[in-house]
Design a protein around this ligand. Structure first.
Ligand SMILES: *[C@@H]1O[C@H](CO)[C@@H](O)[C@H](O)[C@H]1NC(C)=O
Ligand SMILES: *[C@@H]1O[C@H](CO)[C@@H](O)[C@H](O)[C@H]1NC(C)=O
Ligand SMILES: *[C@@H]1O[C@H](CO)[C@@H](O)[C@H](O)[C@H]1NC(C)=O
Length: 550
């Protein structure tokens, strides 16, 4: 009791003196959000939960990294196109173009603007209907007896050939990483950082320019790279069901590694419908390849939610925790985020930031900062890996905070005892000092030369660690269990770490399911669960995303 009240006195005095808060400094005010921006970067998990990105980073994909493109074309692609990090993502687009429902991309056969990976104009059902119509057109004599059965494999294969292109980066690719689920064509704000901020409201979503304005986005990004960013950026890095790159100059920046023909959907379908495909496979160049006019890239159907989503989601969710294999380096020392500006991003939704309500005078300084970032910094300049530091903090305290706020703690003494265990490494028991204890705790994961750093990341990470530690100190002097636990629960709410939504212990044939556009339900968002990997999105419940953009 004696120790506790002594602590109470100096703690209250000490903590207020030590306060680092500066209400007029947006970096401090939004430290929790900026911390999460860093923590979520290049992670399928965090970027799916915090899907409205308002930040821009410089990123490098090292020379030699293999990247994938799925298409109806068997020749190497020239010009601006979409690249996936996971082959399964690209394979969704390794399909014939066209059919009656195919969206014709703008810009000619190899200009920018084909539908990107993850973008199809039609759904799978329409696609198959399209294939069937196509077959009927090609076989007008379909009323003869033998054509009443399922179409022969040759018939089907002719109309369903696609290619998986594997490329290697010729040199380090210099990219602008647009965070969150920025390739998701939704109306929930996932496109704000591009359409509102980067492109200043000029994206043309009208039909014929690629679904959801993607063609226009690609063209404008590459124009900006050339004109506004002085050729210092080679493309943009975004995420949907998988990370992807809009690369401006395929022929300059990539070396084809191989171009392979994928298993035709027709063959799949033929096998499934008992067509009994038994012949030797033939891999010759198919002459049935269609080369109609229109855009390159994927054809109709597929995209996220297409029939292949089960196999694809395994590959994509394997990247929940990181893109992996050192395929992307991010400059965390210098980046741009709207959270560091004095604007209110939460007027539309208290949890998800938006940019669409901002005035031009609010947007302009952020736009200028993006330009300055691209013109004056480099993804390869030396930079501390602040994401690793956020990880250390999150992993150390995520479960501890949950435990402290839980019913597993039943008395205030038990709570105090556990907090003391957590903080004791930072206490000099011969000379208690809450300010020092708080600071030692907050800087545990920072090498000394980085302490007191002035970069946005340094300040935000320190601020969050400081808040965690100061809240523990506060709860230590509270006398009521409910009130102490409430203090910790409020902290948990403010921090909004994505670890608190992770599933625990999925079976080997399960994945932890969170909405990834256009799949997933409201319940999947609020309460992610382990679900069968063969059918992760069972479609029951209210769709999280609503309609497609626009
Ligand atoms: C608070 O932050 C603002 C904006 O960054 C800055 O101009 C001001 O000097 C800071 N005040 C203190 C007391 O640190
Ligand atoms: C790209 O350009 C090369 C060289 O000019 C050419 O051989 C190739 O066919 C082109 N690719 C496509 C898909 O047109
Ligand atoms: C951006 O949009 C605003 C509002 O529509 C307009 O006033 C401004 O001139 C635009 N700026 C640029 C650089 O295009």
């Amino acid at each position: 009791m004696r120790a506790r009240s002594a602590l109470a006195v100096y703690s209250l005095l000490g903590l207020s003196a030590a306060s680092t808060s500066n209400d007029s400094d947006p970096v401090v005010k939004n430290a929790n959000h900026i911390f999460n921006v860093i923590h979520d970067s290049m992670r399928q998990w965090g970027s799916s939960l915090h899907h409205n990105g308002v930040s821009f980073f410089l990123a490098t994909v090292p020379a030699g990294t293999q990247l994938y493109h799925g298409t109806s074309e068997s020749d190497p692609i020239n010009g601006t196109e979409w690249l996936a990090f996971e082959p399964e993502h690209a394979m969704v687009f390794a399909r014939p173009r066209g059919g009656p429902h195919g969206p014709g991309g703008p810009g000619g056969p190899h200009g920018p603007g084909g539908p990107p990976p993850g973008e199809g104009g039609d759904n799978e059902d329409d696609e198959h209907r399209g294939e069937r119509e196509e077959l009927r057109r090609r076989h007008p004599h379909g009323s003869t007896e033998k054509d009443f059965g399922p179409p022969s494999f040759e018939d089907l294969e002719e109309s369903s050939t696609g290619y998986l292109h594997t490329y290697a980066a010729v040199q380090d690719l210099r990219l602008l990483y647009i965070d969150g689920m920025s390739a998701a064509k939704t109306q929930k704000g996932t496109l704000d950082s591009q359409d509102v901020l980067l492109f200043n409201g000029t994206i043309d979503n009208s039909a014929g320019r690629g679904p959801g304005g993607e063609g226009d986005r690609a063209r404008k990004a590459c124009d900006m790279a050339e004109d506004d960013w002085a050729g210092r950026i080679d493309g943009v890095l975004r995420m949907e069901a998988g990370f992807e790159i809009i690369l401006c100059k395929f022929e300059r920046d990539l070396l084809p590694v191989r171009i392979t023909q994928v298993k035709s959907r027709a063959r799949d379908e033929h096998e499934k419908t008992g067509g009994g495909w038994k012949k030797d496979e033939h891999h010759g160049p198919p002459d049935g390849k269609r080369r109609g006019p229109g855009g390159p890239g994927g054809g109709p159907g597929g995209g996220p939610g297409g029939g292949d989503s089960a196999g694809w989601m395994r590959a994509v969710t394997a990247r929940y925790d990181d893109i992996g294999a050192n395929r992307v380096f991010i400059n965390y020392e210098n980046f741009v985020t709207a959270f560091a500006h004095d604007v209110d991003l939460f007027t539309e939704d208290p949890k998800l930031p938006h940019l669409s309500h901002l005035t031009y005078s609010e947007l302009k300084p952020i736009q200028k900062e993006v330009t300055a970032l691209a013109l004056t910094h480099d993804a390869r300049e030396s930079s501390w890996n602040w994401r690793a530091t956020t990880d250390a903090v999150v992993i150390r305290y995520s479960d501890e905070l949950t435990y402290l706020a839980s019913t597993k703690i039943s008395t205030i003494d038990a709570l105090h005892e556990h907090i003391e265990k957590l903080l004791s490494p930072f206490i000099d028991y011969s000379e208690r000092d809450a300010v020092l204890e708080n600071d030692r705790c907050a800087t545990q994961f920072l090498p000394v030369q980085l302490q007191g750093g002035k970069s946005m990341a340094a300040r935000a990470v320190y601020n969050v660690a400081h808040t965690v530690c100061s809240t523990l100190l506060e709860a230590w002097v509270e006398q009521e269990l409910a009130s102490a636990q409430n203090t910790i629960q409020t902290l948990i709410g403010d921090l909004a770490w994505t670890t608190w939504k992770e599933c625990r212990g999925c079976e080997v044939n399960e994945i932890c399911v969170v909405p990834i556009w256009p799949m997933g339900t409201v319940e999947d968002y609020n309460n992610p669960q382990c679900k069968p990997a063969s059918n992760p999105y069972d479609g029951n419940g209210e769709n999280y995303w609503g309609g497609m953009h626009p």
